[in-house]
Design a binder for this molecule. Structure first.
Ligand SMILES: NC(=O)c1ccc[n+]([C@@H]2O[C@H](COP(=O)([O-])OP(=O)(O)OC[C@H]3O[C@@H](n4cnc5c(N)ncnc54)[C@H](O)[C@@H]3O)[C@@H](O)[C@H]2O)c1
Length: 403
């Protein structure tokens, strides 16, 4: 009897165990299926995240890695403007830490948007007329409207930017022991009586004319640099920049290159003020940027002209731009503008000798790039939209532009 009970008990336990094992395996199968389903749903999302990460990484142009010893903390005032944004590109790609300070009077975020978020880059919305407290090794002081309609729009503000703004930046340079490069201008020579203009020419400026807020503002900014150098030992560099052109220059800024390109692209008459025999010499922006960096890193503390000495009459420019655009626009002659310099051509012997610098981009090559830029801008305007694209990584070509 006892034996029968034991057998029945063992049979019972065996059947319960069997059921348990069965249920476990059903459960495990079910769990496996759910896991597979989840995996199927998640896999494409994972793929998307990977793509997003990739496009995020590719967003920035390639940047060199510099050791702490070589990497500089660089402030660019006016860095969201035309020249400043190209300088930002160069210094970022060279591997430095760049802080752009701009009040966006004539600059715009779009000019530097491709660096926003990069660990070496910072953009500060700030007016240089107010003091700034940051730690830097070098200051490129470019903040100032540069084209006549912009600097004449609010002459008092132009004066404040070039005087109080420059004092503030020199004060910062003194405080943190930074070197400061002032973006001065060929306008310090005014309507020159000597030709070409070398750095020891003192200029011919009308102190109360419509351009005086800019010309005299820059002249006194230079004076301030040398006062800080002599009195406080601040290291200064002064670049006297001649007419520069290229992508990101302002549409409708009233300067001859942008005027002619826009007029030619839109089939409007190319307006020449006066006879068109007045001359100008234009440098492409990448040449200027290379010159600014060479000057900053040189031991030349006196002013240096940076410009292209290849001189053309305004009429020649009009004709060349018309041809490059392939435009049927006419050339229209208007009355001469007040205080418009008759001739402007830099003497760049000093830059050649002391910096080993000279412009290398041919005029037509530069003009074609500027025309391409303006054409695109007009397209955005016509479509009433601009959609920023993540920038694919650009590989630098091995061609050197400077000796
Ligand atoms: N482009 C040229 O042909 C040329 C020629 C000679 C000298 N420069 C000098 O080079 C510098 C840059 O010129 P650009 O052509 O790039 O002009 P730009 O107008 O494109 O750039 C000037 C930048 O300074 C900013 N700015 C103006 N006032 C400011 C203020 N108070 N605080 C902070 N930011 C301010 C503007 O918003 C702009 O981003 C200027 O100092 C100009 O005088 C240029």
């Amino acid at each position: 009897m006892k034996l029968l009970v034991v057998i029945a008990f063992v049979a019972y336990v065996a059947s319960v165990w069997g059921n348990f094992v069965n249920i476990r395996s059903i459960q495990e199968n079910g769990e496996q299926k759910i896991e597979n389903k989840i995996e199927e749903a998640v896999a494409p999302l994972r793929e998307k995240i990977r793509d997003l990460e990739k496009s995020f990484i590719q967003k920035y142009p390639p940047v060199k890695f510099l050791s702490e010893k070589d990497r500089k903390r660089i402030l660019i005032t006016g860095g969201a403007g035309f020249v400043g944004s190209h300088l930002t590109d160069k210094l970022m790609m060279d591997g430095h830490e760049v802080t752009v300070v701009d009040n966006f009077f004539t600059g715009r975020k779009r000019n530097v948007e491709h660096w926003i978020g990069h660990e070496n880059f910072e953009l500060i919305n700030h007016d240089v007329v107010e003091p700034l407290y940051i730690e830097v090794d070098q200051i490129y002081h470019l903040a100032s409207p540069a084209s006549p309609p912009n600097y004449m729009y609010n002459p008092i503000k132009t004066l404040k930017t070039n005087t109080i703004g420059t004092l503030n930046m020199l004060g910062l340079a003194k405080r943190v022991g930074a070197r400061l490069l002032l973006a001065s201008t060929s306008e310090v020579y005014g309507d020159p009586e000597v030709h070409p203009q070398s750095e020891d020419y003192w200029g011919h400026v009308n102190p109360i004319g419509p351009r005086a807020c800019y010309d005299e503002g820059k002249r006194v900014a230079e004076t301030m640099c040398y006062a800080y150098m002599k009195q406080e030992g601040v290291e200064v560099r002064v670049a006297r920049i001649f007419n520069t052109f290229g992508p990101r220059m302002h549409m409708n800024d009233g300067r001859v290159v942008s005027n002619f390109i826009l007029q030619a692209l839109q089939g409007e008459p190319l307006t020449v003020y006066g006879s068109g025999s007045q001359t100008r010499a234009f440098q492409y922006v990448s040449d200027l940027v290379n010159g600014l960096v060479a000057l900053m890193n040189s031991n030349v503390s006196s002013p240096v002209n940076l410009g292209n000495p290849e001189e053309h009459t305004i009429l020649e420019f009009a004709q060349l731009i018309k041809n490059l655009v392939g435009s049927g626009s006419e050339i229209q002659f208007l009355s001469e503008a007040q205080d418009d310099p008759q001739r402007r051509k830099p003497d760049i012997q000093k830059a050649k000798l002391m910096l080993g610098w000279e412009p290398v981009v041919p005029l037509e090559e530069g003009l074609n790039k500027a025309i391409h830029y303006f054409r695109k801008e007009l397209e955005y305007q016509a479509n009433n939209q601009y959609i920023p694209k993540p920038k694919p990584a650009r590989i630098k070509k091995g061609r050197t532009r400077h000796n």
